[in-house]
Ligand binder design. Structure first.
Ligand SMILES: NC(=O)c1ccc[n+]([C@@H]2O[C@H](COP(=O)([O-])OP(=O)(O)OC[C@H]3O[C@@H](n4cnc5c(N)ncnc54)[C@H](OP(=O)(O)O)[C@@H]3O)[C@@H](O)[C@H]2O)c1
Length: 276
């Protein structure tokens, strides 16, 4: 099913926004013939340019991996976060609707408040942070402007070509005898490579919202413990951050087969870094 979906989708004309980001890089490998657009090529908050680019190329699938992803930064720059994460996806959606393209967009577990043990695709969002509010606005803007969307909510992304938890913790692990990592936030780590490889299958499915993460649930401390020997647990209270994070942000995938367990994915990622 997956191989067939990749072949089928790749035979279409694909356009990727945010192609230079962490997920964008993984998507490039899955869609080698796609039209790649980075921030320098298109500013997605510029509605007229977004429309012009999509209507000129008339791709059959537009993938949006562009976003303002600095969760703490969003607290100080909520207007900017709303422009990039909230309104711009609506511009992409409107242009896709006009040109007949499918829109694929990535959203986040941070649209939920973490007061429940897990969240299905149809659970009611209640973001705790400016980032979460802006990403929820993005989902709503898309739904207002096109019916032909696939919104993929994911969580705790790690992978090459981006600032991510695994790289940060690996670096700290070499610099200090013990690395304190929070043990009271629970979620699902997700490898960009696995998420990107799942995307063609989601494109071939019906419009809607999909929760796609690696399988398995853990705390940040348990996650770190899988790839460094010197992690020690601590509480969120010991590490105050600007943006509030959900305590439980476990996305339940109720629509498709699960990805492999996060522990296998992170092993592969860490190994790939050692080879380099
Ligand atoms: N990272 C996570 O843990 C995580 C978790 C859940 C969901 N997600 C979602 O997954 C998607 C991909 O995340 P990621 O971690 O790959 O993000 P990323 O590495 O930060 O990449 C985002 C890309 O978007 C570009 N961009 C930012 N503002 C833009 C604008 N106004 N116009 C055009 N391009 C712009 C950035 O370019 P510049 O750097 O040049 O600005 C960057 O290349 C996002 O939708 C994110 O919300 C991420």
């Amino acid at each position: 099913m997956v191989v067939a979906a990749i072949k089928e989708v790749n035979s279409r004309n694909i356009m990727i926004f945010g192609a230079n980001g962490m997920l964008g890089h993984a998507l490039r490998d899955v869609f080698p013939h796609a039209i790649l657009l980075g921030h320098r090529d298109v500013e997605i908050t510029d509605e007229a340019t977004v429309r012009k680019v999509i209507l000129k190329e008339r791709p059959s699938v537009v993938i949006n991996a562009a976003a303002y992803t600095d969760v703490d930064g969003c607290e100080d720059k909520e207007e900017h976060a709303n422009a990039v994460n909230g309104l711009a996806p609506g511009y992409l959606a409107a242009a896709c609707s006009e040109s007949g393209a499918i829109l694929v967009h990535y959203s986040t577990d941070y649209i939920f408040d973490g007061s429940r043990m897990d969240y299905r695709e149809d659970d009611v969002p209640n973001p705790l942070s400016a980032y979460g509010r802006s990403k929820l606005l993005g989902e709503q803007s898309i739904q207002k402007n096109t019916h032909n969307y696939r919104i993929i909510r994911t969580s705790w992304l790690f992978g090459g070509h981006g600032k991510n938890f695994v790289d940060t913790i690996l670096a700290l692990s070499h610099q200090m005898p013990r690395v304190k990592v929070v043990n009271d936030q629970i979620g699902k780590p997700t490898y960009t490579v696995d998420l990107a490889r799942k995307t063609p299958e989601i494109i071939s499915r019906e419009p809607g919202i999909y929760h796609i993460t690696n399988d398995g649930v853990c705390s940040w401390y348990e996650f770190a413990g899988a790839f460094i020997p010197n992690a020690v647990p601590c509480s969120t209270a010991e590490f105050p951050r600007k943006a509030k994070r959900p305590a439980f942000s476990v996305l339940v995938n109720s629509k498709t087969t699960p990805l492999r367990h996060w522990s296998h994915a992170v092993k592969e990622y860490v190994l790939s870094k050692e080879v380099i």
